[in-house]
Design a protein around this ligand. Structure first.
Ligand code: ATP
Ligand code: MG
Length: 342
């Protein structure tokens, strides 16, 4: 991790928009769990306020938020070691986001590829929240003075914007108050691709269920989706360069490496020359071996809703001990009248 003058602190979030998938696991959850014993204070968040930038059925949202919490815990994140929260239970996120809405510029938001992708052709009809999304994301991170954010590659542009907002705030008010946060994009699977189209990332919001492996899929479904995954007719090559022009093959090799906790080079060394009729069943067995226990634990935890709600309340309480003083100080810097102690 890169050094900054701020105390190292990690923040990352996932939207409770349903369909938690293998990309979320390898690009985010597994990495959070792996980093858990590095001694750095870490906050992990279910970002429900982000989820409603596109309409969510209220009952589905409630369920998806609790299921995501179960997913964090089942993936190995210990709610005692880390702070596990639901965004709307820590109101300082949204309060700081308003300040940042007044710092960020329209042009910055309109340039975001996620805005363009998700708003599509009908931008006039997209929610204002969808446009403002990156400003809330900056607030999620900076309300903790987080220095490092582990994310998938798709979040790189939002992370640059977070730095731009911090820098403009610091400059406009003549302070060195918000850190310039570093994204941490590491490992073999920082961009897991759709199983149906090697040029698109695996997404919760992809209408095709066959495009992704959901963390709650059973063993048969996982095996079937991998068997049907788009590939090319060539066997696996004996060097990684030869994967450059083969996005679907590269994706399956990356997934294998990340699931097996090894490198792409090692997977190539072990499987060179195999065709997909051989490699896919091996990948399916590995995916089932890693994901089935997590799915089982998620389903067990979903039967203990009170326990999940208690964990989230406790997380919010711990989080607010950090966020409330940072918000008070921000209001003071901006010139708002009020008690500023703390
Ligand atoms: P949506 O389609 O609703 O935006 P999503 O699948 O992109 O959902 P998010 O909640 O937006 O999921 O992202 C949560 C985390 O998972 C982020 O850190 C993001 O970078 C990571 N992530 C999402 N998709 C992938 C992927 N295909 N490969 C690796 N990481 C991913
Ligand atoms: Mg996303």
């Amino acid at each position: 991790m890169t050094e900054t003058t701020f105390t190292p602190r990690v923040f990352s979030g996932i939207q409770p928009s349903g369909n938690l998938h293998l990309g979320n696991y390898l690009g985010a959850l597994k990495r959070f769990a792996d980093a858990q014993n590095n001694g750095i204070e870490s906050i992990y968040c279910m970002v429900d306020l982000h989820a409603i930038t596109v309409w969510q059925n209220p009952e589905d949202l409630r369920r998806a938020t609790r299921e995501l919490c179960a997913g964090f815990i089942a993936s190995g994140i210990d709610p005692e070691k880390s702070i596990l929260i639901n965004q709307s239970q820590v109101p300082e996120h949204a309060q700081l986001a308003w300040i940042f809405n007044c710092v960020a510029r329209m042009g910055w938001m309109q340039r975001m590829t996620q805005w363009k992708d998700k708003a599509g052709k009908n931008q006039q009809n997209a929610s204002l929240g969808l446009l403002a999304y990156p400003s809330l994301m900056a607030a999620d991170i900076l309300i903790y003075h987080a220095t490092h954010v582990p994310v998938g590659e798709d979040q790189k542009q939002h992370m640059e914007l977070t730095r731009d907002i911090a820098a403009k705030f610091n400059h406009d008010y003549g302070v060195d108050f918000f850190p310039l946060t570093e994204p941490v994009i590491e490992g073999a699977a920082t961009r897991v691709m759709s199983l149906r189209d090697g040029s698109k990332k695996m997404s919760k919001s992809d209408p095709s269920d066959a495009s992704r492996i959901n963390m709650t899929d059973d063993a048969d479904t996982i095996a079937k989706k991998i068997r049907k995954a788009k590939t090319d007719p060539e066997p696996l090559p004996d060097n990684t360069d030869a994967l450059e022009e083969r996005p679907e093959a590269r994706n399956l090799v990356n997934i294998y490496a990340a699931l097996a906790d090894t490198t792409v080079e090692q997977v190539i060394a072990d499987h060179a020359g195999q065709n997909f009729a051989t490699f896919k069943p091996l990948l399916a067995d590995l995916a089932v071996a890693k994901l089935a226990p997590i799915a089982g634990e998620m389903s067990r935890l979903m039967g203990e809703q009170d326990e999940i709600d208690r964990i989230l309340s406790r997380g919010a309480e711990r989080a607010r001990a950090i966020t409330a003083p940072i918000l008070r100080k921000t209001y003071d810097i901006v010139g708002m009248v009020g008690p500023v102690e703390g």
